[in-house]
Design a protein around this ligand. Structure first.
Ligand code: SF4
Length: 471
């Protein structure tokens, strides 16, 4: 995989017996590190005071700061960031965002992207509103805190406030918040980004992925449904309500293809099994004579296992990943990313020499990383390199929390499959089709978003004029 970037990871915890949840936040967020590596932070509430700490760096670095050692709280939220809106190096843009408003303290952590962010920001600023970050997440918080007449101080007020904000925003948001001593979580009505509920003894959790619940030995209770609001507190346990907007479901299929951890269950699907079935589909379409199956580590592994199993060809580790280098695509510049590929992947010539290789990867974005990898395989002795991609060609940007390049930079938007093959230098190139993905998902397919593969966007999510096709 080359250069699509994840969005963010969010994690919340509430101990109904008022035990300290700081280390739960750490372990939960640590298991979501793959979703963002630019910065992290957490907010803790001890019944009286809030403590919010955010900094650049990885989760372990942020949590090991001396400033957080003595802090305690029974209710907390945490966030690991990859920026989709806002300048990435600005400390204020890290989350959670904690604000004081009319005597209440509210803290928010967001995964997703509000596609009408600029329009709303202009509107808020024109009316004299003050914003301290460049993020779309603060826009949601601003709208949430607008005057609300319903159920002052009760959960009804929270539900009403979420609805008020939801009516104004477009796009993707899975959000967790602390407000009035409640742990609050909701997904946008399309359900673009995941959010699950977990439980262990007196502790309740909200998390982007089930892997972080597994890391804590907690049970997965269930998903938060698209458009569902959950309010967790000792009085109600888990209270469920709804955002009053009836939008078609549009869960991001890329969570299954690439973003989520392979040990997670996302949108009710085992990520590992989905990727394995993708590999089987690729094998079913194979027309070339293949000697060995080689995954691009790590995200190409399950598809390669599925391919090898279906085709009966041996799976070989022809590329070894150096674990001392970060994920190459996370670096902010193209120069860094290309250099990092060569540092990260080590070809094994004894495996590759003289072989016809089925090279399995999850996707092609710009094509530059694939080109580097294919060249490396030939340099280390492969006779033929048949590149097999476990997703369709990406032809259009994402506006829902994934940082895709512009249409101009997406190689499949600019070139035919044969032209892409030539560019990456492979002997042959095959992708899965959108229909293949739909076949794998079966009757659930209608609940998923495939927009970056089709260029068709659901009406409620189309950004303001001029922002749709950035390229
Ligand atoms: S456009 Fe692509 S990456 Fe974005 S939400 Fe839809 S499937 Fe996911």
């Amino acid at each position: 995989m080359e250069s699509l970037r994840e969005e963010c990871g969010i994690f919340g915890a509430y101990d109904f017996e008022q035990g300290d949840v700081k280390f739960d936040l750490f372990y939960g967020l640590f298991a979501l590190q793959h979703r963002g590596q630019e910065g992290a932070g957490f907010a803790l509430f001890d019944g009286n005071d809030f403590f919010t700490y955010r900094n650049h760096g990885l989760v372990a670095q942020v949590f090991s700061s001396g400033k957080v050692a003595e802090k305690r709280g029974f209710l907390g939220i945490a966030h690991t960031r990859y920026s989709t809106q806002g300048k990435s190096r600005k400390l204020l843009n890290l989350q959670p965002i904690t604000v004081t408003h009319s005597g209440r303290v509210v803290s928010l952590a967001h995964n997703g992207n509000l596609s009408n962010y600029r329009e709303l920001r202009r509107e808020i600023e024109k009316s004299g509103g003050i914003l301290v970050t460049d993020t779309d997440s603060e826009i949601f918080l601003h709208l949430y805190l607008k005057p609300c007449r319903k159920g002052h101080g009760t959960v009804d007020e929270i539900i009403q406030r979420v609805n008020n904000a939801a009516r104004r925003v477009k796009g993707a948001y899975s959000i967790i918040m602390i407000d009035r001593g409640n742990l609050v979580g909701f997904r946008d009505p399309h359900g673009f980004r995941p959010l699950v509920i977990g439980k262990k003894g007196p502790r309740y959790y909200l998390a982007s992925e089930t892997s972080s619940l597994d890391a804590l030995g907690a049970d997965t209770v269930r998903e938060v449904e698209p458009g569902e609001i959950v309010i967790i507190n000792p009085r109600y346990g888990i209270l469920s309500s709804r955002i009053d907007l009836d939008y078609p479901h549009s869960q991001c299929v890329f969570e299954l293809i690439y973003f989520s951890r392979q040990d997670s269950v996302v949108f009710g699907e085992s990520v590992y099994e989905f990727r394995k079935r993708s590999g089987e589909k690729l094998a079913e379409k194979e027309t070339e004579s293949i000697d060995i199956v080689v995954p691009v580590p790590d995200s190409g592994f399950p598809a390669a296992i599925g391919y090898a199993w279906k085709s009966g060809k041996p799976l070989e580790l022809g590329l070894i990943r150096s674990h001392y280098v970060g994920r190459s695509f996370i670096e902010p510049t193209q120069f860094d990313r290309i250099s990092a590929v060569r540092m990260k992947l080590l070809p094994v010539s004894s495996v590759l020499r003289g072989k016809s290789v089925a090279l399995i990867d999850d996707s092609i974005v710009r094509g530059t990383t694939s080109r580097d990898i294919v060249k490396m395989l030939f340099d280390f002795g492969a006779e033929e390199v048949h590149l097999r991609i476990a997703s369709p060609p990406i032809i259009s940007p994402c506006f829902f929390g994934v940082d895709t390049p512009t249409k101009k930079e997406l190689i499949a938007a600019q070139k035919t499959v044969e032209e892409v093959r030539k560019f990456v230098g492979a002997t042959s190139l095959k992708y899965l089709s959108v229909q293949d993905l739909k076949d794998i998902l079966g009757e659930k397919a209608s609940r998923f978003c495939f927009s970056c593969f089709t260029g068709e966007y659901k009406a409620q999510t189309i950004p303001a004029h001029g922002e749709l096709f950035r390229g």
